[in-house]
Every structure is written in structure tokens, then in C-alpha cells.
Design a protein around this ligand. Structure first.
Ligand SMILES: Cc1cc2nc3c(=O)[nH]c(=O)nc-3n(C[C@H](O)[C@H](O)[C@H](O)COP(=O)(O)O)c2cc1C
Length: 326
């Protein structure tokens, strides 16, 4: 085995980290090809969400997040990693290539973040009444910026504006059978490999509009416990300057960098991305930030308790290794 040749054990470590990334409805819309020291990241079109993510933006964000995890895991194995985002017209589903090389000097920041990968989970519980400090906000803004995105923290009046927009998404969704049918395919009940189990939906909010997205689809989800959520949620918008396919992958890298840094700092995150699933509301959200660009994630940060986890598919279902290496 050459120095640059990854062992099966190392491939497992890298891919277990990659698939721990967040993805809309936990579709895990990626697959990987490993050849020598090269890992290619592909979108898996069979896991698309045509009603809620018709352009595939959420899939690309997820693939970007998985790529960031790959780089962190490579650093934890004492590899340096070089990567390219490669929207190749000839292979439209190939989105990123990560090349790893052994090094005596792995990236320590990435190595540290690798420890947070299994600890990061979307958390839909109410936040404790503990402020997210300015220093904590700055650290997360820097994490987003390091990978090419911007995190805008919203002041209270802008948070209210965003929460009011949520009413509009609910009204639109009532009449949209396709979105509701798609959601019930992926969310609710017990799940062992993908999708969102009812057990991680968190409580229903006693107030409306709620700072947590209620993804419940089943009659039993509608009657689950209620809780009072924070009256002034801490919201931040993750945006990029452009909205090309590469920008959307970049947003995913920056998202995961931010979420791992948040986990390190004891913060939990959940998302109100229904706002970005409608083009006009997405533009409004970006306008609310007061900056040019394109919003990719509406993130609610907080010091929440509870740690609900979503399942992942077995690694063998994601990966294709060049036959000579099997
Ligand atoms: C692009 C994208 C959009 C998402 N939108 C939402 C959302 O609007 N509300 C929400 O509660 N979770 C949202 N999620 C979180 C996923 O539901 C979550 O990542 C997935 O269920 C896997 O769970 P985990 O993050 O705990 O690993 C989103 C994730 C991604 C990557």
C-alpha cells in the first residue's frame, strides 16, 4: 500500500464523518467514490426533494457540509487535504474532489473540529435563558467567513420581522399538497436509516409564530408535548455573495464550519429554512440582513439542553471504492 493509499479503516473514518453532516430532512443526498487518496463527492439524485428543494440547493449545501467534515476527519488522521468544488458540466452530479496527503503538520483547527462531528446535532428544544455572547457570535462569524460565507446576526426588530414572515410560509403550505406529501415521506414515525424520526422533532411551541420549525406530519406529532420557547430567539442568516452552484457548496462548507464551532462552544442550532424555500421570501430575508447576497440558512442558536439524534444509512450504501482496492 503506497503512502497516499487510504486503508479501508481510514476510508471508514473519513466517510462516517462525512455522512454525519446535516441534510434537509436527513435525506443524506450524497455518495462517494474513493480511489487511492482521492475522494469524490457526488449528489445522489434519487434522494432529491422535488417539491421543497426543486433546484437542488439544499442538496448542494448538504454536500458542501459533508465535504467540510471529510477535511476535518482527514486532519484527525494526520492528513492534509486539498479540495476543489467541481461543478463539471460533463458530470453534473460530481460536486467536490478531496485529495488527502500524509503530513507531519495537519491543520490543528480542522483536527479540533473533527472531535465535534459526532457531537453536533440539530436541536429543536427551547433555548435556556442564556445570551449568546458577542465573543461567541464573533467566533461563529469568523468560522463562516473562513469558508467564504457571511453570518449576519439579527437585532430584535429584524428577528420579529423574520418570525412574522413564517406565517406566510404556513399559509402557502396549507394549499400545497406536494410539499406536505413529500414531507410525510421523510419526516415522522420511527426511522432507522434516514429521514427525521418523530423523537427529534422537539416539543410544539405554545406561541405562534414559533422560533422552531414544526416538521410534524403525523396525527401523533400534532399532539406531542408543548413548551414555551424563548421570546427573543437568537437568529443569524448565512449568506454568500453569489448564488452559483459553487456558492451553494461553499455555503455548505461554511455552514458546517460554523455548526462545529458552535458545538465546540456549547451552542446548539436549529433552522427556519422554510423561509428560503420560496424565492420571494428568500429575497426578503436577505434584504432584512441589510446586505447584498443570497441567504442559504436561517439559523437559530441557543444554549439548549437535550440531544436527539437522527440515524444514518450504513457506509457501504454510500461508497464506491476502486475495485483494485477492495
Ligand atoms: C439545507 C438544509 C436545510 C434544513 N432545513 C431545516 C429546517 O428548516 N428546519 C429544521 O428543523 N431543520 C432543518 N435542517 C436540519 C435537518 O433536518 C437535519 O440536518 C437532519 O435531520 C439531520 O439531523 P442532524 O442535523 O441532527 O444530524 C436543514 C438542514 C439542511 C442541510
Amino acid at each position: 500500500m503506497s503512502e497516499a493509499q487510504l486503508s479501508m479503516e481510514q476510508i471508514d473514518t473519513l466517510l462516517i464523518a462525512a455522512v454525519a453532516a446535516p441534510s434537509m430532512h436527513n435525506t443524506q443526498p450524497w455518495r462517494f467514490e474513493v480511489s487511492g487518496n482521492v475522494i469524490d463527492v457526488f449528489l445522489d439524485g434519487s434522494r432529491a426533494l422535488p417539491a421543497e428543494d426543486p433546484t437542488g440547493r439544499a442538496m448542494r449545501i448538504a454536500a458542501g457540509a459533508a465535504t467540510f467534515n471529510l477535511r476535518c476527519a482527514a486532519a484527525s488522521l494526520s492528513y492534509s487535504s486539498w479540495f476543489g468544488l467541481v461543478p463539471d458540466p460533463a458530470r453534473p452530479d460530481l460536486v467536490a474532489r478531496v485529495v488527502v496527503e500524509p503530513t507531519d503538520n495537519p491543520d490543528h483547527a480542522l483536527k479540533e473540529l473533527a472531535q465535534q462531528i459526532p457531537r453536533r446535532h440539530t436541536n429543536r428544544e427551547p433555548a435556556r435563558p442564556v445570551r449568546v455572547l458577542v465573543e461567541e457570535r464573533m467566533a461563529l462569524s469568523q468560522a463562516a467567513m473562513a469558508d467564504g460565507a457571511e453570518l449576519t446576526w439579527l437585532p430584535a426588530d429584524k428577528v420579529d420581522e423574520v418570525l412574522r414572515l413564517l406565517i406566510d410560509t404556513d399559509l402557502r403550505e396549507i394549499g400545497d399538497w406536494h410539499r406536505r406529501a413529500e414531507r410525510s415521506h421523510w419526516v415522522g414515525g420511527e426511522r432507522s436509516t434516514d429521514g427525521i424520526p418523530s423523537s427529534v422533532l422537539g416539543p410544539r411551541s405554545a406561541a405562534y409564530p414559533s422560533p422552531v420549525r414544526d416538521l410534524g406530519t403525523r396525527p401523533t406529532d400534532q399532539t406531542r408535548m408543548q413548551a414555551t420557547f424563548e421570546a427573543e430567539p437568537t437568529l443569524a442568516i448565512l449568506s454568500t455573495v453569489g448564488d452559483s452552484l459553487t456558492d451553494q457548496l461553499t455555503a455548505g462548507l461554511a455552514l458546517q464550519h460554523t455548526l462545529l464551532a458552535a458545538t465546540r462552544d456549547g451552542l446548539k442550532a436549529a433552522f427556519l429554512n422554510q423561509l428560503l424555500e420560496y424565492d420571494d421570501l428568500r429575497r426578503t430575508v436577505q434584504r432584512i440582513t441589510g446586505k447584498p447576497g443570497y441567504a442559504h440558512m436561517v439559523i437559530r442558536f441557543g444554549h439548549s439542553t437535550g440531544q436527539a439524534t437522527t440515524p444514518r444509512r450504513p457506509i457501504s450504501t454510500f461508497v464506491h471504492t476502486a475495485p483494485s482496492e477492495r
